[in-house]
Design a protein around this ligand. Sequence first.
Ligand SMILES: [Fe+2]
Length: 472
Amino acid sequence: MKVEQLFTGCLAEMAYYIESNGEAAIIDPLRETDPYIRMAQADKAEIKYIFLTHFHADFVSGQYDLAQKTGATIIFGPNAKADYDIYIAKDGEEFPLGEISLKLLHTPGHTMESSSLVLIDKDGNTPYLFSGDALFIGDVGRPDLAVKSDLTQADLASHLFDSLRNKIMNLPDDIIVYPNHGAGSACGKNMSSETFDTLGNQKKTNYALRADMTRQEFIKEVTTGLKTPPQYFPNNVRMNKTINTSIDEVLHRGTTPLDAATFKELSEQRDVLVIDTRSKETYTLEGTVPGAWFIGLDGSFAPWVGALITDIDQKIIFIAEDETRVNEIAVRFSRVGYDNTLGYLFGGMKNWVDHGYEVDKINSISAAQFARRLAEGTMEKPLDVRKESEYISQHIIGVENFPLDFIHSNFAEIDPEKEYFLHCESGYRSLVAASIFKANGIEKVCDVRGGFDDIIETDAPVSEYVCPTTLL
Ligand SMILES: [Fe+2]
């Protein structure tokens, strides 16, 4: 028997590969299909089942394409409804896999079809629980994403209370909990950076599993402090219930090399968006194509794509650090449903520069220069683009909060006559924000290198520290 946790940092997502005696099951696969097929081939196994713990909101899962390629059965829990063939398991139904089996437990609450899976080994032991978004390490799935006119957050939280108490907490204390998400995911509010734990330890440490907690206390705790979900979530839920363009077709188009002249022509079209995916160092040093947004691959790339690009069908062309990463970039766009990538700048920025085309650069200053100018009062508009919770936790006195997450809805507040100085925590988000300022015609924008991490090393005045967990 083999159980592998497949962690994707950018989405803080965990898919699972389980194999026994030539039969394999995948739980919560990402959009791409090749990694799972390769794993099964290496084990000379056949993928028999694709389990979905629920319809995901934060990524597009690849069950349809994977089932088409492997002949595997797609299995959801009760209440699931999709536009393609699925098998709807009953609560408690067991699925034999080689010498083991997987038993589905209906654990509604995060969503109404949410389910968990218990692995039963050949000796009848239950070493693993795949808990989906019902139970995370240190948290539980948020109950606000599947709200309907006849189903409130409180109703969903109440279902989750029953699922945890009646289906999960009575499993053996030594069962290993393997959740679908870890720290950084917007599917919960306070997840641990650990990716698994025993149920017994979670009963001691997870606020939502406290033994003497009443239903009302539970509902209050899990519904308090939830942040507005990213704007792309409903689109991804919709895509997960329907048949989408095949991943092979998306990647074929998305990895088209575009010569500099074609790239330039496309970049000047109003309905095409250029995304520069290079490192923040290369982007700052070499400059970019006018109008491009910076969303570097080496950050929370897919969640920022989803949060900032408001049209899921947006035509996108992109700049890559090097050509070996082009396929990965198209995959990472499609993981959050951005399937309309048209290609990349062949030969990179060097090719663009060699053609003599205009290059756009973001001005920047060091943290020390920022602190000095703040003290002198010579900066018109210093802004902190971190989340509101980070800002409240601690910020530089005299700097307003302008969260990157809400840059579009708050953009009317930006005065094109003023000069802006943007900082975040470490310099990634401020560059994203600065690039969007520029793309929107705000020419006087300056990035603060190293962000808050570097600014607090200067003598700039900081507010009193408030522990972030007390803000939940
Ligand atoms: Fe979820």
